[in-house]
Design a protein around this ligand. Structure first.
Ligand code: KMH
Ligand code: ZN
Length: 275
């Protein structure tokens, strides 16, 4: 099996300090947290950013500041969100792409998201895919429901993304596809040949999904964006504890961890930062 890529979704757009006091918010907090999750075994961060008051934003300069703080401290891969927070416009969401990050997310469909709708009409998918391609940014295809894989195939047929690609199954969002073993196996069976995948289980599904991914040769996403609990009733005291728990699970299963250089090769990253 391939070495395990652990992605850490450190910030998110929905988790707040009211939910956990351990959420990194400012650029320097994000830089320090990236260093800690890298030391715990992560090779990529999935990045959202916030204004200093905690409000989610896709502002280019706020992203630039956070990425600079990460780069000062660690060689971890930076994957910027193009999802942002529900309700943001396409213009807002696309801003980090001009910074030429190594990777970005590309959610290939619309779904309920709790009481909201996470809106991803085809014209927006086309726009994000085109901007990613123009800037050399490798998209990670985010799948919140099964048809999103078919929409990714549609983008590939139009020549806007290329296969094999890396997919991330985000399972257990209230209102979208649930997190269980049969669902995961079905999604894996629907992937185009040669594609790699990770799974992000939301809430209590985080570690059970991680265990299945380690077993099946997939990759894992964890982080306070998806889950704030280390175990029932115990808040994680930061993202590194969540990453360390998955690293220990991988060690128990004798699955080595990918360092960022190995992960860049697996994920076919092009915009490698200069050291
Ligand atoms: N905040 C969610 C509505 C992404 O980062 O690309 C969307 C999200 C996906 O987090
Ligand atoms: Zn996200």
């Amino acid at each position: 099996m391939e070495p395990l890529i652990i992605t850490c979704a450190m910030v998110g757009a929905e988790t707040g300090r009211k939910d956990t006091p351990y959420l990194p918010i400012t650029a320097s907090e994000i830089g320090e947290e990236a260093k800690r999750v890298r030391e715990a075994g992560a090779s990529m961060v999935h990045l959202h950013v916030r204004r200093d008051d905690g409000t989610p934003t896709q502002d280019r300069e706020v992203f630039a500041a956070a990425i600079a703080e990460i780069r000062k401290r660690t060689d971890i891969i930076v994957q910027t969100s193009t999802g942002g927070a529900v309700g943001m416009t396409g213009d807002e969401r696309c801003q980090p792409l001009s910074l030429r990050p190594e990777m970005c997310t590309l959610t290939t469909g619309t779904c309920n998201f709790g009481g909201d709708v996470f809106s991803n009409p085809r014209d927006l998918l086309v726009r994000i895919a085109e901007l990613a391609r123009e800037n050399g940014v490798v998209p990670e295809i985010e799948v919140f429901d099964a048809g999103f894989i078919d929409n990714a195939r549609w983008l590939e047929k139009k020549g806007l993304i290329s296969f094999p690609a890396h997919f991330d199954f985000v399972l257990g969002v209230p209102g979208a596809l649930g997190a269980d073993e049969a669902v995961l196996d079905f999604l894996i069976s629907r992937l185009p040949p040669g594609c790699t995948w990770s799974v992000a289980g939301v809430g209590r599904a985080e570690f059970p999904m991680a265990a299945l991914a380690i077993e099946r040769g997939g990759h894992v996403r964890v982080g306070l964006e998806d889950n704030i609990w280390l175990e029932k009733g115990v808040l994680a005291k930061g993202n590194a504890e969540l990453v360390a728990k998955v690293a220990a699970m991988a060690a128990g299963a004798k699955r080595p961890l990918a360092d960022p250089a190995t992960a860049r090769a697996i994920l076919r990253v092009k915009n490698v930062p200069v050291a």
